[in-house]
Every structure is written in structure tokens, then in C-alpha cells.
Design a protein around this ligand. Structure first.
Ligand SMILES: [Zn+2]
Length: 114
């Protein structure tokens, strides 16, 4: 386990009434993992060596953790609220995520033209 000191500038955490950390964001970045993982949004596999997005955090009950996302699933879930996570992983397939993003891009393009 890594010490928390030195990373506190990036913390955007949630504290309970006694100022204990409930959960906290540490970092996120694109990596190529050495081992296969599953995507937190669609639960499809992420192959070893496949570029994916990771999110690192710390939770009072679980300690440090890292979760993995397909790049498009990361993009798709960026603005989610807490309740949006309740159906995931597996509430939406990777194919659906790709279709929804393509549709959103199409709408944006149409807005820009119109
Ligand atoms: Zn995914």
C-alpha cells in the first residue's frame, strides 16, 4: 500500500461528519495493463496490453483500489452521478456504449452545422 502523503493536492474526496474519508479520487490515466481485466462499465474483458483507462481511489472500507475502463466506457461514464453506477458493471454492453457515443457525436456535428 502506498502512503497518501504527497498526493493530497489532487484529492477530491468525500468526508463523513467526523472528517474521515469515505471515498476519494487519487488519479486516473491511460495504461496498457500487463494482465487482463474487466471493464467497470460493461464488464467485457480488457486484454493484456490493450490501452485502457484506470481510476485509482481509496475508500474507508476497502482501502486503495484501481478500476479499469475501456476508453469509450470511460468517456461514456465521465459525467455519471452515483445512481448511474447502480446498474453497472454489465448494465450496458460495450457495443451499446460505442453506439451511444457515435450517436452523441452525430448529434453534436449536426448542431455545429445547423
Ligand atoms: Zn467497457
Amino acid at each position: 500500500m502506498e502512503p497518501l502523503s504527497g498526493t493530497h493536492k489532487t484529492l477530491r474526496g468525500v468526508l463523513d461528519k467526523e472528517w474521515r474519508i469515505v471515498y476519494t479520487y487519487i488519479s486516473d490515466k491511460v495504461v496498457k495493463p500487463r494482465k487482463p481485466h474487466r471493464c467497470r462499465v460493461c464488464w467485457d474483458g480488457i486484454e493484456a496490453g490493450e490501452a485502457c483507462h484506470t481510476y485509482r481511489g481509496v475508500e474507508s472500507s476497502e482501502g486503495f483500489y484501481t478500476i479499469y475502463f475501456h476508453p469509450e466506457c470511460w468517456e461514456y461514464s465521465r459525467d455519471w452521478e452515483d445512481q448511474d453506477w447502480e446498474n453497472c458493471p454489465g448494465g450496458i454492453s460495450r457495443g451499446e456504449v460505442q453506439r451511444e457515443l457515435a450517436e452523441a457525436a452525430r448529434l453534436k456535428e449536426r448542431e455545429a452545422c445547423g
